[in-house]
Design a protein around this ligand. Structure first.
Ligand SMILES: C[S@@+](CC[C@H](N)C(=O)[O-])C[C@H]1O[C@@H](n2cnc3c(N)ncnc32)[C@H](O)[C@@H]1O
Length: 186
């Protein structure tokens, strides 16, 4: 995620009430950009990165240690499918292009079923690309938005503060949802 996307997401698109004192989880945290952005722009109590590559977790750990970010950032080296307790206690879950390039399609469905079945009412989900497209691609037979289990709350880009003006295209990729009912996978 780029610097302007991080500022937009955490300082503008997500209301501060949804992050202050709360737990933000980034699924597939790679180099940790989302974690550092959340640290800088929010008052989240806990920011968790889930990443199954030990190489990338080690890189994140070095940065967290070097810049003393360990008071709020926690790193979990695991497959997200094994992290249901973390997902089910998160207030905000971010999935930025996580599985498009990295998971074989055969495991896509299992990953999404694990995520969907962990979501609790009230949780905010941020996805790139749109959730509907990802579930379709993963062949998960559930239209969570269409069935009213999630509502899309992505803010309009019409009234962006001037500092974001030139980045309109980059910011239009985000889809933000609020879970309205605890879900079960199918
Ligand atoms: C495109 S990167 C995410 C980028 C990062 N979140 C950002 O916005 O800068 C996707 C990451 O997801 C990780 N990943 C893919 N499948 C995963 C899984 N099942 N569990 C945990 N991490 C996974 C990959 O190792 C990779 O580092």
């Amino acid at each position: 995620m780029s610097p302007v996307q991080l500022e937009y997401l955490f300082a503008h698109a997500l209301p501060s009430a949804s992050t202050s004192g709360k737990t933000i989880v980034d699924v597939g945290s790679r180099l940790g950009a989302v974690l550092y952005g959340a640290y800088e722009y929010t008052k989240a109590a806990k920011i968790v990165g889930i990443e199954f590559s030990k190489y990338f977790v080690d890189v994140q750990q070095q940065i967290v240690s070097k810049y003393n970010l360990g008071d709020r950032i926690e790193l979990v080296c695991n497959d997200v499918r094994q992290c249901k307790p973390i997902l089910s206690t998160a207030n905000v879950i971010i999935l930025n292009n996580v599985f498009q390039f990295f998971a074989m399609s055969i495991v896509h469905k299992a990953i999404w079923q694990a995520i969907i079945s962990s979501l609790q009412a009230g949780t905010i989900l941020v996805t790139v690309p749109a959730l509907h497209d990802q579930l379709l691609q993963a062949k998960v037979p559930i239209d969570v938005v269409g069935e009213g289990k999630l509502v899309e709350i992505t803010p309009s880009l019409d009234a962006l503060p001037p500092r974001f003006g030139a980045a309109h295209e980059e910011l239009a990729v985000f889809h933000i949802y609020r879970v309205t009912k605890t879900l079960s996978s199918q």
